[in-house]
Ligand binder design. Structure first.
Ligand code: ADP
Ligand code: MG
Length: 203
């Protein structure tokens, strides 16, 4: 059984979800940050959507080159988002573009490379209540064919009782416990959108 990815579906779903959940993400970031994570992500996906329309769809091309897409996403997130999440997502996307080999790719290895890039830049590890609490576990879920919305939701829920040790949330110290991490939630939207973009072809 081989899985292919509909990149257009993945990104359309991701963009839509961030647009729908901007205020929810801001709310999460208000509890343990400065309240802008939804706005930051919204800026990123709005610019991404514009770029895709202007440079890909307007020239009647379909979104099928993952290397091109993730390179674009890296630049878009790095240059438009002021919050800490911008460079972290950008680092993941850049690395994913680098390791994506169209001929023969392993999605779990690609996501793992993205997670490693986030860890290298942000220095956090799994369990530190960051976006990495989601990213670090996705590869094994893909490998075991258990990447489901429920599993992803659980990864986000698990951040609630953790202590934040990085970024603005760390300023809250023990008061960060009892709130889910905004970056883990936006990452969950990214991977839930991936589920929608995965098409299964038997053979
Ligand atoms: P800022 O904190 O600058 O306002 P955002 O609100 O957009 O930026 O993003 C906050 C999110 O960034 C957090 O919820 C967390 O998931 C993620 N984050 C912050 N610092 C780190 C880090 N060092 N490593 C990994 N993720 C981090
Ligand atoms: Mg913030």
């Amino acid at each position: 059984m081989k899985k292919t990815i509909d990149l257009d579906q993945w990104m359309t779903s991701f963009i839509q979800e961030i647009e729908d959940q901007t205020q929810y993400l801001n709310g999460l970031d208000t509890a343990i940050g400065d309240g802008d994570h939804g706005d930051n992500m919204n800026i990123g996906v709005t610019k991404l959507d514009e770029y895709i329309d202007m440079h890909i769809k307007s020239s009647k091309r379909t979104l099928e080159d993952a290397k091109e897409l993730f390179s674009i996403m890296s630049v878009v997130f790095l240059s438009n988002i002021e919050g800490a999440s911008g460079p972290l997502y950008a680092a993941a996307f850049k690395r994913m573009a680098e390791v994506w080999n169209e001929e023969d790719y392993s999605l779990s290895q690609i996501v793992e490379a993205g997670a490693e890039a986030i860890a290298a830049l942000g220095e956090a590890k799994f369990g530190d209540k960051t976006m990495l609490d989601v990213w670090a576990k996705i590869p094994e879920l893909i490998e075991s064919d258990e990447l489901t919305n429920e599993k992803i939701d659980q990864l986000v829920a698990d951040t609630e009782n953790r202590l934040a040790v990085w970024g603005r949330a760390s300023y809250f110290g023990p008061r960060s416990i009892g709130h889910i991490d905004p970056g883990a939630q936006s990452s969950a939207y990214f991977f839930k959108a991936l589920i929608r973009g995965l098409e299964t072809i038997t053979g």
